[in-house]
Design a protein around this ligand. Structure first.
Ligand code: ACO
Ligand code: OAA
Length: 384
């Protein structure tokens, strides 16, 4: 053991890393507040653009602030040729999250993203990313299917424009509202893995696009944002409600994790699930297809009975996106579009009172030993 001898907090469980005024998770009450506002109220009464403004600027916008914010968002949606070229040249069979991560990394080199990263510069660049991420996600989806990207329509609000760029048209208002509410539910969640990644990168005084690139890489994993895709893969594999119980019991017997269940912070249940479930059920009813819900219900009951573990937001969100017509590869990129204002707010907060993030590790490797000449070394393969 070296000097750094102490018990490691693996996964940083229970560690308070810093103060934040962006969101508050009230575990016992199963509540989540964004800057003091209850998230189900925001999902019901506000659009995602207002929530993005709230996270980035500190409070809900008034009418003038909202119209200025939305005008800038509509004006900045288009991608430069270079970034579109990255998407066009992406290898066949690529993962959509890889395309998104690479596109954001590329955007960071473009002229639009140059300039100082003082408070004003960070807000300007955060708003640019907010406008451009949906365009990247929709364009990549169309190119993957061999279709030409559809240009953003500045006459449409954010959610309608995203449907238009993806499918050519937006569905009815009830379905658009369900999608928009899901973005609000995904927008921010404290010091989760991807947000923490963004803050770590920002803490070395790197730059916003590098921080967001890292966050996207972290979100992609199935233990975090990638779970919403994995949920739908599981439901698809189960196929019908009468196979669901057996499938779950088999997976648990093999000690496999059931995607969309469990949470590091919410041991009693994810505060966002009831709201997402409500919108999922509305979408299923509007479409007249409750297949995924019936399977989900059996999965949820079986996991509760055998493990006592409640679902997290990804569990109802996955089937909602499938019902809205998105392919599973788009689910985690949609999560990233939604989480973008949360990530940017955290980078801004980190830099407002920065200290480089540099924890310690408890060394458990070999003690000090001499460097032998190469002929005298036993080598790894012969080591006991
Ligand atoms: C929006 C989001 O990002 S929410 C998270 C999305 N991720 C998922 O849905 C992936 C599935 N869930 C998981 O892997 C975990 O619950 C995590 C990653 C979310 C949390 O991980 P941790 O806090 O480290 O919990 P950990 O993995 O130690 O689980 C504690 C116990 O519950 C069990 N457990 C936790 N989640 C699950 C699950 N989904 N299925 C089955 N068992 C589970 C573990 O096996 C462990 O049991 P043990 O003590 O008998 O070994
Ligand atoms: O908080 C977490 O660890 C994961 C999560 O639910 C989120 O990022 O929305």
């Amino acid at each position: 053991m070296g000097d750094e001898t102490f018990r490691a907090k693996r996964g940083l469980e229970g560690v308070i890393f810093d103060e934040t005024s962006i969101s508050e998770v009230l575990v016992e009450q199963r509540k989540l507040l964004y800057r003091g506002y209850a998230v189900p109220d925001l999902a019901e009464h506000c659009s995602f653009d207002e929530v993005a403004f709230l996270l980035l600027h500190g409070d809900l916008p008034n009418t003038d602030e909202r119209s200025g914010f939305c005008d800038r968002e509509r004006k900045n949606r288009a991608l430069d040729e270079g970034t579109l070229g990255i998407l066009r040249d992406a290898p066949d069979g690529h993962r959509p999250m890889d395309a998104l991560r690479t596109a954001v990394s590329h955007l960071g080199m473009t002229a639009e993203f140059r300039g100082p990263e003082d408070a004003e510069g960070l807000l300007r660049k955060s708003e640019l990313l907010l406008a451009k991420l949906p365009t990247v996600v929709a364009a990549d989806r169309r190119l993957r299917l061999g279709q030409e990207p559809i240009a953003p329509n500045p006459d449409l609000p954010m959610a309608e424009n995203f449907f238009s760029m993806t499918f050519g048209a937006a569905p009815g208002p009830e379905l658009v509202k369900a999608f928009d509410a899901s973005l609000t539910l995904y927008a921010e969640h404290g010091f989760n893995a991807s947000t923490f990644s963004a803050r770590v990168v920002a803490s070395s005084l790197s730059d916003l696009c590098s921080a967001i690139t890292a966050a996207i890489g972290s979100l992609k994993g199935p233990l975090h944002g990638g779970a919403n895709e994995a949920v739908m893969e599981m439901i698809g594999e189960i196929g019908s409600p009468d196979r669901a119980r057996e499938w779950v019991l088999g997976a648990l017997a093999e000690r496999r994790k059931i995607m969309g269940f469990g949470h590091r912070v919410y041991r009693l249940g994810d505060s966002r699930v009831p709201t997402m479930r409500l919108y999922r059920d509305r979408v299923a009813e509007a479409i007249g297809d409750d297949r995924w819900i019936k399977i989900s219900d059996v999965v949820e009951r079986t996991v509760a009975e055998r493990k006592g573990i409640p679902p997290n937001l990804d569990f109802p969100a996955g089937p909602t996106y499938a019902l809205l017509g998105f392919d599973p590869g788009m689910f985690t990129p949609i999560f990233a579009m939604a989480r973008l204002p949360g990530w940017c707010a955290h980078v801004i907060e980190q830099l407002a009172s920065n200290r480089i993030v540099r924890p310690l590790g408890a060394y458990v490797g070999p003690p000090e030993r001499p460097v032998l000449p190469i002929e005298a070394r036993s080598g790894r393969s012969t080591r006991p």
